[in-house]
Design a protein around this ligand. Structure first.
Ligand code: WTA
Length: 664
């Protein structure tokens, strides 16, 4: 990586046209954030604006001074769904396309306009109401990338219910934990769906999860609303899919049947600025997922503003974000950000490799996509098939490319720019988190000279700081902990039912700052380079998980006495899981056990968490106080003999043994 390699921004006529105007606007947003955000909020609809003269953004980030909080626009009243749909229809844009829906099968396509989406949402909101859902109730959504997933989210927002979307790749155990944690009253799902050539029988997984919710947590949901199936499933299944999954007549309902009997008008529930909009679970370093809570006004304004500037959105654009609705990128940049801007998006429910490895490029050409937002892991996995797949398609409509989820390596960045973007597109490497609600460090496509691999500069209203181990501020070039001295409107407000954990996780290490858990380096030009997690978190293909979570799953096997998990760099996934296990006296380590352990992790957490390697470790490297030294395990995993200082180890002989058992 070179700090000096710079590419000029290429977006012409951009909202922020050059670096000087970015700097001016950024300085203004920090000097007077209220005026900056008030101007941005003006584009949205407020049933009642905040009381005049009252401060818009108030906060305390120092637990020693009392409760940590952020509030934005207190006293304002609005509804996020109204801003996503109704205002566009009222302003005469009802016939604009909200989503081009592209199924797993390239022939499975549909178009949904804003007016149509509003109708679907109103009907479904009435279904939820009919089943007793009221303001503040939780609805859990576990669905693939179908229009109805978006409909479910917006229907909740419309009536003030709080949605909790869980990625449809989680195991029944993970789902059960989440259903119970948010005390979901209703679960929305689909019967089954295709991911590439694989049929996922989601209803059966949900069934398992609901059984666990009842037996393990003695909690019961009211209803499970099931979207029948997605086109090809019925035929592939050889008949009526309804009979293939277990069905509980008292609890399970078919989505379509329910929508037939309700009205297509539904009044919105007007919400206070700080009413919760959704919960989204993210991994925590203890292994227990954290229910990140986002609220109404701040999230809406932040999603809408970042979408507009970071993608330099214009009404003529067609936008394609490949993220799944189950992750924060799907929430902010597939649903709320684009809809608040009345954008036209592609909603794609397949994989980049089906029916062939050019699926993304095919979709870009088909819809004349101008803004394409994806993850480094996808870019790396497509790069390996060579340029031919890309070159087969006319990608000349592209003007902006985006990357999210993990650091993007220089090679992938350059390939993205030259092969996909034909050297004509700006790349925005957007750094952010589930917790931050939206982009916080990112180039702007018309303004920021790009350095491959650097997320560059803060978004408006965002003020990053680097701290050293002692909490001292690092000025100028240097590397340290990435923290923020002040919040922005879209930052998370709390962890569901656990404000104490919220304060401890994000504000205890450096009181007065929001700590991201990431490290970063600032170069001589002031560019920020995210160096990755500094806590016990792993990022596999952009999926964040904690070592503790995987270790917990491994330890559930009766043969395992102890497990320790580290990340090993992986050419495509970014990082992969490398596990060390100590087998108890009554068992032997062999290949069969290793396979069982891999399966166990898949079953407990989800397929995306499947370990790459399991190593036999009769002993783990521990300090005298019994703490596992992961630093040493990381060296073993990568085969790096330069293990550094080992004087604190209880038994230094462990190192040789670990290297002897190492997996290639
Ligand atoms: C990592 C995803 C480097 C980071 C939006 C962060 C990145 C975690 C980038 C959050 C980027 C995300 N460059 N690292 N552009 N974007 N990350 O909550 O470690 O799923 O803390 O949110 O992903 O992952 P999450």
């Amino acid at each position: 990586m070179s700090d000096r390699e710079v590419f000029e921004p290429l977006a012409r006529g951009a909202l922020v046209p050059n670096l000087a105007s970015y700097r001016r606007l950024h300085a203004r947003s920090l000097e007077d954030p209220d005026t900056f955000w008030a101007e941005e909020a003006r584009n949205l609809h407020w049933k009642q604006p905040p009381p005049s003269g009252a401060p818009l953004l108030t906060y305390n980030l120092d637990p020693s001074r009392g409760q940590v909080f952020t509030r934005f626009m207190p006293g304002a009243i609005t509804n996020v769904c109204y801003n996503a749909l109704d205002i566009h229809v009222l302003r005469g844009n009802g016939d604009r396309v909200a989503y081009f829906c592209e199924g797993n099968d390239p022939k499975d396509v549909a178009t949904v306009t804003y007016k149509e989406l509003l109708g679907l949402v109103c009907r479904f909101a009435n279904v939820l109401k009919k089943h007793g859902i009221k303001k503040g109730d939780s609805v859990l959504i576990c669905m693939p990338m179908v229009t109805e997933a978006v409909v479910g989210m917006l229907a909740c927002a419309r009536i003030g219910a709080v949605h909790s979307v869980v990625f449809a790749g989680f195991s029944a155990d993970s789902l059960a934990e989440r259903i119970y944690d948010c005390r979901a009253k209703i679960v929305l799902t689909v019967f089954a769906f295709w991911r590439g050539t694989k049929l996922i029988e989601l209803k059966n997984i949900i069934e398992d999860a609901l059984h666990k919710v009842e037996t393990k947590y003695t909690y019961k949901i009211n209803k499970c609303i099931v979207l029948p199936h997605i086109n090809t499933v019925a035929t592939a299944n050889g008949g009526d899919p309804k009979v293939r999954a277990s069905w509980n007549n008292a609890r399970d309902l078919w989505w379509v049947d329910e929508c037939e009997t309700v009205d297509n008008f539904c009044q919105v529930e007007w919400m206070d600025a700080e009413d919760p909009l959704f919960i989204l679970y993210t991994s925590g370093s203890t292994g227990q997922p954290k229910g990140v809570v986002h609220t109404t006004a701040g999230y809406l304004v932040y999603a809408s503003t970042t979408f507009k500037y970071v993608f330099d959105y214009k009404p003529s654009d067609v936008y394609f974000c490949t993220a799944d609705v189950g992750w924060i990128t799907g929430h902010t940049y597939l649903v709320y950000g684009p809809l608040a801007n009345c954008a036209t998006s592609v909603l794609f429910s397949g994989t980049p490799f089906h029916p062939d490895n050019d699926r993304f490029w095919d979709i870009i050409a088909k819809y004349r996509v101008s803004i394409f937002y994806t993850a480094p892991t996808a870019i790396r996995s497509l790069m390996k098939f060579g340029d031919e797949y890309v070159k087969r398609h006319d990608l000349s409509s592209l003007r902006i490319l985006g990357s999210v989820g993990e650091p993007i390596n220089r090679e992938a960045w350059l390939w993205f720019r030259s092969v996909v973007g034909n050297n004509k597109c700006s790349i925005v490497d957007t750094y952010w988190q589930t917790e931050t609600g939206g982009h916080i460090i990112t180039p702007l496509p018309g303004a920021t000279p790009m350095k491959p691999g650097s997320a560059s500069f803060p978004f408006f209203g965002v003020e990053p700081t680097l701290l050293d181990d002692n909490g001292a501020i690092i000025k100028g070039p240097g590397e340290g902990y990435l923290v923020f001295k002040r919040p922005w409107p879209g930052i998370m407000r709390t962890i569901l039912n656990n404000h104490k954990r919220f304060q401890e996780t994000y504000f205890a290490k450096f009181p007065g700052y929001f700590f991201t858990g990431d490290g970063a380096r600032r170069d001589q030009d002031g560019y920020l380079w995210i160096t990755g997690r500094v806590d016990d978190m792993l990022n596999v293909s952009g999926h964040l998980m904690s070592t503790a979570q995987v270790e917990g799953a491994l330890a559930e096997h009766s043969a395992i006495a102890e497990a320790a998990v580290v990340a090993r760099p992986h050419p495509i996934k970014g990082e992969s899981l490398y596990c060390f296990v100590t087998v108890n006296k009554t068992h032997r380590f062999d290949n069969v056990l290793a396979q069982e352990l891999k399966k166990l992790v898949r079953d407990k957490i989800g397929a995306f968490a499947a370990p790459d390697e399991i190593q036999n470790a009769p002993n783990l490297p521990k300090t005298r106080s019994g703490k596992i030294m992961r630093r040493i395990l990381r060296k073993v995993a990568t085969g790096d003999r330069d293990v550094g200082d080992t004087s604190t180890l209880a038994d230094e002989n462990v190192i040789e043994e670990l290297f002897a058992n190492r997996r290639p």
